[in-house]
Ligand binder design. Sequence first.
Ligand code: FAD
Length: 296
Amino acid sequence: MKLSEIMKNGRTAFTFEIFPPKKDMPIETIYKTLDGLQGLHPDFISVTYGAGGSAADTKTADIAEIIRKKYGIESAVHLTCLYNSKEDIDRICEQLRERGIENILALRGDRNPNAEREVQTDFTHASDLIAYLRTKGDFHIMGACYPEGHMEAASLDADIENLKKKVDAGADHLLSQLFFDNDAYFRFLDKARAAGINAPIEAGIMPCTSKASIERMVTMCGASIPSKFARMMARYEAYPDAIREGGIAYAIDQIIDLVSRGVDGIHLYTMNNPYVAKRITDAVAPMINPGLIRQE
Ligand code: FAD
């Protein structure tokens, strides 16, 4: 089913995110991840776009094509505009069309001190890229949102005003930054709806598999850590298996709460770890759309 239809028909979406292999690794290493995710029947798998600024990097689109054609799963590409000019975006859109990829998460991206290119000035914000992509054909366009506010925004309210610009520019649906505090997510959702943002919003869930990885992510994105979660990480810090099990249990608990409170979708940051994705999917699949049997 096309993504635009899934998001319109009232089902709860269940989607995954993966990242391409490192530069010096062959693209085939992604098969191991995809082999493990295939049987979990996500509504789509999105593929991140490197922050390195290389105009020649087609790994994201190559992998999105593999997901569609080899694995028969809907796919989406992430696309950033900080290091891409209009000409680059035109070329990338052409490549996506040739590969049959219809879904784009349109982002600004972050400055990278090791970027291979200069910052480009054709687009300032993700909303500019979204408006441009709208003129490039019939893509399903997504935007990013930040339940606890984007790090650069003066306040959550200011960030939500800017989020409205993304939707007004043509974003069909939104994927959220990771968060660990569901109440913070619902406060954001109430504000977004009150601001007239009616597009479906998927809640971003990242399972904690190690204390170091979560601390790194939290530093990068500013997600708050509820005391229940902090206690778990502190108590089991020296026991990687216990942290992983606690992280899986916490993510499952978060998803069940979100789904029973009626969220539009769950976007699972798989971190290319099919074992963890499978554990979580097996636990939550019956609650995601009760009565709807996920295709075997
Ligand atoms: P924007 O929407 O442009 O927002 C950036 C800042 O500018 C915010 O503070 C916002 O409030 C403000 N702003 C926005 N519009 C306006 C406006 N019109 N006027 C004034 N201020 C404005 N990065 C990657 O490099 N590769 C990826 O694959 C990737 N995937 C991601 C996936 C998800 C689900 C998320 C949530 C983030 C992802 N990122 C990725 C990170 C993202 O690029 C950064 O968070 C970046 O800092 C902001 O991107 P954005 O698209 O939200 O930018």
